[in-house]
Design a binder for this molecule. Structure first.
Ligand code: FES
Length: 114
């Protein structure tokens, strides 16, 4: 069905909330970028950077397709990575992900204000 809307809730590095609407098959990185979130996605989904790193809400983490080995390797390099970290470029949205909640980590290692 083409009418399906998948809502995604992003938490910004500043703690704000940004709601996005997407369609099945949309890529999470692109959805976040379209909303102006600071997801660089430098390598455009080639798994050669980790600038599309997001932290998935623990309630949602296990509902995603598991990360590939390459993705796990890349996540080792992501600043502030944690147990529920993913590369957003590797997440394609599907109807069952309606309501997905992810947090965009701060861009740099410097946790103090810039
Ligand atoms: Fe580079 Fe996702 S955009 S790994």
């Amino acid at each position: 069905m083409s009418g399906d809307t998948i809502r995604v809730v992003f938490t910004t590095p500043q703690g704000g909330t940004v709601q996005a609407e997407a369609a099945p098959g949309d890529n999470l990185l692109r959805v976040g970028q379209a909303k102006g979130l600071p997801l660089e996605g430098t390598c455009e989904g080639q798994m050669a950077c980790s600038t599309c790193h997001v932290i998935v809400d623990p309630d949602w983490f296990h509902r995603l397709q598991p990360a590939s080995e390459e993705e796990e390797d890349m996540l080792d390099f992501a600043a502030g990575a944690c147990r529920t970290s993913r590369l957003s470029c590797q997440i394609d949205l599907a109807a069952e992900l309606d309501g997905l909640a992810v947090r965009v980590p701060a861009e740099s290692h410097d946790m103090r204000r810039t």
